[in-house]
Design a protein around this ligand. Structure first.
Ligand code: NDP
Length: 486
């Protein structure tokens, strides 16, 4: 018997994915550089389905039915390149190599070109949901050719998470499109986590609530518009007590957030595309600041001056009703900032699609994020509805549902941002998202002044509101005559 799919790289992700494939009726060829991992997988899980273990790449390739299809789950970077080449050497034209790792989309574009030149298909496939997702149903974002999707589609659909009856996988677009969308997914994940953290901080420092009380607030929020995996696990983390000390778990963890780079890629890419992703940017920078341990220690020793936080929250702390009202304000601020972050993330996908020539269905992207991945949420149904309707042009914020939600939230949102500023509690995402929203809806922006400055110091020219053509003012000359630059 031959395998209809193969997996190379049997560490946490590859082993889980292989088992998931086997659980769903696929015959799975498995190969790992060190055979010990392959043996361990077969010894522990071989009875769960049909596996064909291979000791060499050649053995692995010859155990695959044509068109041979292999998913690579090895360390990103040079190891991935090495494995791709080994496979391509052993395979034949028409075969399909899938990279399921977290590759940078530009690398995927390059690899796809190389492999296509050799007559094979290369599919960069973003896989979200970590080890558990890989085992029980991930959300998957494959790129590559339409032809490769014909073979790969049914296999991926067999193992994907299911949200409202639909598998959380769709063919995103050609070459690097899948890894691009996975990258933005991770950026949005950063933003979503940061708005939640800012909300927690305000309730903790502002209202002086205990983590266990805040856990209840999040559990309550999880029943409404904010219902999502991230809100759910936030309640769980905040409710957790450290076994050693009995203290709230959040209080015994060092407050320096780590990152592996996909958030940074999202922001770097947005900068080169010229599309503002302020929410994701603030989220990445906030993690950066948290990890500047020496700088923060020095700031503490220098005693940088701040306001009296008590004063700012006096009103909110007055009585139970005022506390409840402030908690609701924070919920609204979270919701509005989250909408802005998603709107910006989807704009980055749109810009990327235009730049790289991908035909990406944004509604379908929102649908495959409803299950299996970290940002899974009910809210994504609204986003897919918005993109499926013809009314959403340019920004999610123009969609009637989201326009209305932000309109309802904005007074609370503004109150929260001003209270936080008064109290000296940093809310970079709440405040920058609000600034983006206000910038977007402003009829006139001070960019006109910036154009004037640019023209004065660099003769960069400007456009007039009342005439077409580019103009330059002769600033240094008497009379400061304006000349048309053609
Ligand atoms: P690791 O990233 O830790 O990679 C370990 C695997 O890579 C092992 O199978 C190892 O083989 C193999 N490997 C390393 N170097 C080479 C090489 N030069 N040649 C051949 N094989 C090599 O494994 P994970 O399972 O954590 O992740 C796999 C991929 O999935 C990564 O790209 C990761 O970014 C991505 N990913 C991970 C997620 C996660 O939650 N962990 C989520 C989504 C994607 P050996 O056993 O012989 O050393």
């Amino acid at each position: 018997e031959q395998a209809n799919i193969g997996v190379v790289g049997l560490a946490a992700m590859g082993a889980s994915l292989s088992r998931n494939l086997a659980h769903h009726g696929n015959t799975v060829a498995v190969y790992n550089r060190h055979y010990s991992r392959t043996e361990a997988l077969i010894a522990e899980h071989g009875s769960e389905g049909a596996f064909i273990p291979a000791k060499t790449v050649e053995e692995f390739v010859s155990s695959l039915a044509k068109p041979r299809t292999a998913i690579i789950m090895v360390k990103a970077g040079a190891p991935t390149d090495a494995v791709i080449n080994e496979l391509a050497d052993a395979m034949e034209p028409g075969d399909i190599i899938v990279d399921g790792g977290n590759a940078y989309f530009e690398d995927t574009i390059r690899r796809e070109k190389d492999i296509r030149a050799r007559g094979l298909h290369f599919v960069g496939c973003g896989i979200s949901g970590g080890e558990e997702g890989a085992l029980k149903g991930p959300s998957m974002m494959p790129g590559g050719t339409d032809e490769s999707w014909k073979t790969l589609g049914p296999i991926l659909k067999s193992i994907a998470a299911v949200a409202e009856g639909e598998p959380c996988v769709t063919h995103i677009g050609t070459d690097g499109a899948g890894h691009f969308v996975k990258m933005v997914h991770n950026g949005i994940e950063y933003a979503d986590m940061q708005v939640i953290a800012e909300s927690y901080d305000l309730l903790r420092r502002g209202l002086g609530m205990e983590p266990s009380e805040i856990a209840e607030v999040f559990a309550e929020w999880n029943k409404g518009d904010l219902n999502s995996y991230l809100i759910e696990i936030t309640a769980e983390v905040l409710g957790h007590k450290d076994a050693k000390t009995g203290k709230p778990f959040v209080d015994i963890v060092v407050d320096q957030a780590g990152m592996k780079g996909t958030g940074t890629w999202t922001v770097q890419t947005a900068l080169s595309l010229g599309t503002p992703v302020t929410g994701i940017g603030e989220a990445v920078f906030a993690r950066g600041l948290s990890s500047e341990a020496a700088l923060r220690d020095e700031a503490a020793s220098k005693g940088l001056e701040g306001p009296d936080p008590e004063g700012a929250f006096a009103e909110a702390l007055k009585d139970d009703e005022s506390r409840k009202a402030f908690i609701e304000d924070v919920r609204q601020a979270l919701y509005a900032s989250k909408i802005v972050a998603y709107a910006q993330g989807f704009n980055e996908i749109e810009k990327g699609a235009k730049q790289y020539g991908w035909d990406i269905d944004l509604g379908a992207v929102a649908r495959i994020w409803r299950g299996g991945c970290i940002i899974r949420a009910k809210f994504l149904n609204r986003i897919s509805d918005a993109y499926d309707s013809s009314e959403t042009f340019g920004s999610l914020l123009f969609d009637p549902f989201f326009k209305d939600a932000v309109a309802k939230a904005q007074t609370s949102w503004r109150r929260v941002v001003s209270k936080a500023a008064e109290a000296g509690v940093p809310v970079p995402m709440f405040s920058s998202s609000l600034a983006y929203y206000d910038g977007l809806r402003s009829k006139r922006l001070p960019a006109a002044l910036i154009q004037g400055q640019r023209d004065l110091f660099g003769a960069h020219t400007y456009f007039r509101v009342d005439e077409s053509g580019a103009f330059h003012t002769l600033w240094a000359e008497p009379g400061q005559k304006e000349i048309e630059q053609g």
